[in-house]
Write a new protein. Structure first.
Length: 368
């Protein structure tokens, strides 16, 4: 016979003797001092964190007074915490040589975290139009996703249930019209296609090392101009890669990969070799890299060549050249393997088997 008694859950001892104030205190957000090394940037963070004058001023303030406004982060499943708001404060704390910073840790899903991340940055006056546009797009996508869920009760979802669209709500929040927000969304999508096409054009633009006079004589002025434009952009990309991947002591092994992928190996080598050729007197470039630079011809005028000569520290550039030359060697090796003719199975069978040498017995040492 089955028992009809219901299970009764008894309150724990802590619940019985804790006060309402203590329970509320346990649920209240706390500010934690978290090591900077455990804080990671938000995925696809659209706002650039620059080491400009404003950043240096922030670092000086933090060095004197500390971080006055805590950052916001959420637990990272892979370890540490993902920053939601406070990327500039984090960088300034690094420049101020701090080891920790105050952080409010919240359990946030992707959509809620995205909205907080965007809202905490949109009020900055120094935002680029492209950064603002991408931020609007991220927030709009997050709001749309929230509107498809029934387990949320935030203000955005409440408005959506009243019949408003995400673009209308976002337009109200940022003081823009719905049509403007639709234009922003469409322009971002079109811009993404343009960026992809532009990257492909940069990668496939042929390096042109002849003079303007030669190009004019042979009807190749457009190729000449396109190549020099790409050289200037490649120069800026190399310098940005050096700044990003050099920590003051060591250059990251992956420093050159992104630039090579965008501009192609030939152009990256041309810009680097051009710089070494113009600065051949500088002893901070290794002898072998100077000899390597001589193998890459460049017949542009000195005025044009100086335009895409790199300004990064020669000793760091020398290490960057080493990385590019390693990639050049790998590319050369792959090319040689691809050109080697493959022997068919039939040809292998036709080959005479190698003659077997008779096995000679080792002479045994005479026992003494």
């Amino acid at each position: 016979m089955k028992s009809s008694a219901k299970k009764v859950e008894l309150a724990s001892v802590d619940d019985l003797f804790s006060t309402e104030e203590s329970r509320a205190d346990a649920q209240r957000e706390r500010v934690m001092e978290i090591p900077l090394t455990e804080l990671h940037p938000f995925q696809n963070h659209p706002f650039k964190v620059k080491d400009d004058e404003a950043m240096l001023e922030t670092a000086d303030s933090i060095r004197q007074y500390g971080v006055l406004v805590p950052a916001i982060a959420r637990p990272d499943p892979d370890g540490g915490y993902e920053l939601v708001a406070g990327h500039r404060r984090h960088r300034a704390s690094e420049l101020a040589e701090k080891e920790t910073m105050p952080v409010i840790v919240r359990d946030l899903d992707d959509d809620a975290a995205t909205i907080i991340m965007v809202d905490s940055n949109l009020q900055r006056e120094s935002l680029l139009p492209s950064e603002r546009a991408f931020a609007y797009k991220m927030k709009l996508d997050a709001m749309k996703h929230q509107g498809e869920r029934v387990d949320l009760t935030c203000s955005q979802v409440g408005n959506k249930l009243d019949g408003k669209k995400s673009s209308e709500i976002l337009a109200e929040q940022v003081g823009q019209s719905k049509n403007q927000m639709d234009v922003v969304r469409d322009s971002i999508e079109n811009r993404a296609d343009d960026v992809c096409r532009a990257k492909e054009e940069l990668r496939t633009t042929t390096t042109y090392s002849h003079t303007a006079a030669y190009a004019s004589e042979h009807g190749e002025l457009e190729q000449y101009r396109a190549s020099n434009r790409a050289n200037l952009q490649c120069k800026e990309a190399i310098e940005a890669a050096v700044r990003e991947h050099f920590d003051g002591m060591y250059l990251n092994q992956d420093a050159a990969k992104g630039v090579i992928q965008t501009y192609g190996l030939d152009r990256v080598m041309l810009v680097l070799a051009n710089t070494v050729q113009l600065q051949d007197w500088d002893g901070r470039y290794s002898h072998r890299n100077k000899e390597w630079a001589k193998t890459i011809p460049n017949y542009n005028s000195d005025t044009v060549r100086r335009g895409y000569a790199l300004n990064s520290h020669p000793a760091v550039l020398d290490g960057f050249i080493d990385l590019v030359r390693e990639e050049q060697q790998r590319s050369h090796t792959k090319g040689e393997k691809a050109q080697q003719p493959r022997t068919s199975v039939r040809d292998k069978l036709k080959q005479e088997p190698p003659a077997h040498k008779p096995v000679t017995q080792k002479k045994r040492e005479q026992e003494r």
